[in-house]
Design a protein around this ligand. Sequence first.
Ligand SMILES: [Mg+2]
Length: 281
Amino acid sequence: MRDRTNEGPFPFSCRTTVGKGKRSRDKGSGPGTVRGIFITGTDTGVGKTAVACALAAWCRRQGIDVGVMKPVATGGRWWSRDGISRWVSEDAIRLARAAAVDDPWPLVNPVCFKEPLAPWTAARREQRPIRLEVVLKAFRTLSARHEYLIVEGIGGLLVPLTARATVADLAGRLGLPLLLIARPGLGTLNHTLLSLECLARSRLPCHGVVINHTQRPPRHPMGRLAERTNPDVLGQFARVCGTLPFRPGLFRSGRGATRQLAAWISSHLEPRWLTRLVASG
Ligand SMILES: [Mg+2]
């Protein structure tokens, strides 16, 4: 199977961002002023948190002062410390652990709801609208604290956050380039190309697609065949930056956890590409 990592042309505009410093439209944080990446996915459950944590762990081991953010989350857990109680997302806790940061939760995870629903649905049920200006303010504060910022989205690009704004709109407001995480199996071609189409229409810069195995390989040979053949087909449309294998126990804590996370990403995505990714973010 051919490696299309450095080939082109691709029909989608998300091919050109690494190393070229091109920025998205931005109305909130100042284009070009913040180095970082917005991790999005073709759907929920594709492993955005795993990739974001692994990238944070890798940055940390490279000596990069990395900050993390989960701007909007649902299905949080109740957290009490130092007289402050609030809902905090498990993703945010994992991200902060991977990056070894102790930034306050209102910065790392400014919006979190109790119910594990789509964000606007949870916001409407709790009668607590999502205020993007709160997210942008936390983002600007975190950006000033760290050299590089990894932001994990919620669900896919067209998940509504308010009646007027989607995750894609939020990514545009933050002004960061994106990385799209996709499933490996049957159905991923449609989901991935829809997401790339959305990025192109929104003129959001994207570093490319990472295919992530969140489960063991399927038992059925045809399921395995789809997983084997999809990367090459996706590579005809966009830059496929690599395929990450299923790795159980990625989020364990304790000795060696950071090293394991960093090794997972650096042994399957080209280290030179990772270096360029962080340098160009
Ligand atoms: Mg997640």
